[in-house]
Design a binder for this molecule. Sequence first.
Ligand SMILES: [Zn+2]
Ligand SMILES: [Zn+2]
Ligand SMILES: [Zn+2]
Length: 263
Amino acid sequence: MKKHTFTFMGTAAGCGVPSFFCDCPACTEARENPACRRGDCGVMVRGEKTLIIDTPPDARHQLLREGIRTVDEILFTHAHFDHIGGLGEYEYLVQLVQKRPMPTYGSVIALQGILAEFHYMDYCLDMHALEPFDTHEFDGVHYTALPVTHAPGTYGYLIETPETRMFYASDTAKLPPETAERVRGCDILAMDATFWKRNWSPNDHHSIQECIEEGLALDAKTIYLTHMCMHYDEPITVAELEAYLEQYGGRVRAAADGLSFEI
Ligand SMILES: [Zn+2]
Ligand SMILES: [Zn+2]
Ligand SMILES: [Zn+2]
C-alpha cells in the first residue's frame, strides 16, 4: 500500500516557545535545547505529493528544516494569525516555480479572512470552499472538514488513508457532538492542548488535561498533544510534561516540531 508521512511542522500556540518576551522555565529550556522549541501550528502530509495544513508565521523555517522544495496544496483550519501568517512565503513559489495558482481549501469564512489579510495574493491562490463534512481527496488521502469549537468557520480535518484514520484539530474546545461521533475510535488524534492546568479560554481551546480526557473518552488509540503554549499560569517544561505523560504508557504523547510518522 502506498505510504504517506505525516509531519508536525509546528506545535506551539500563538507566540511560540520560547516566546521572545518570556524567561519562564519552559522558554529557558527551549532556548538551551533546540529540540524543545516550538513554532506555530501546521502539519504536512507527504506521499507522491505534498499537502500542508496551515501556513504559520514560521512556515519558511519549517519548510527549510524539512527540506521541502515544493508544496502542491494547502488546507486551512482557520484564518487566525498563528495559522496563516506565513502564507506570504508561498507567493514566490507560485510566481517563480509553479506558475499556477496554489490550490487552497478551507471554510468560506476562513478563505474570506485569508483574502482580507493577503489581498495582494489573490492572483496566486486557487480557492475552493469546503462546506462542513465535505471530503476532499488528494494524492490518495481523504480529508474531511469537521466543524470544531473555535472561531466561526474553523475546521479540524479527518485524514484517512487506506490504513489510518486520524483527526487533526489544532484549535478547539470540546468537540461538537457530530464531529466527536465522526472521530470516535480513530487511530490517531492530534488535538489542541493549549494550556497546562487552568484553561484561559475554555470556549476556544483545551487544556492539556481536557485534551487527554476527551481523547480517551473518544477511544483514540494514540493521542498527540499539540498547539501547546507551555506557559501562562504555571510553566511546564518538556521534561516535566513527558514525566507527567508516563502514566499513559505511550498512549498520550507530546507532539514536537519535526516529529513524523507513517499513516
Ligand atoms: Zn515562557
Ligand atoms: Zn485560532
Ligand atoms: Zn491557533
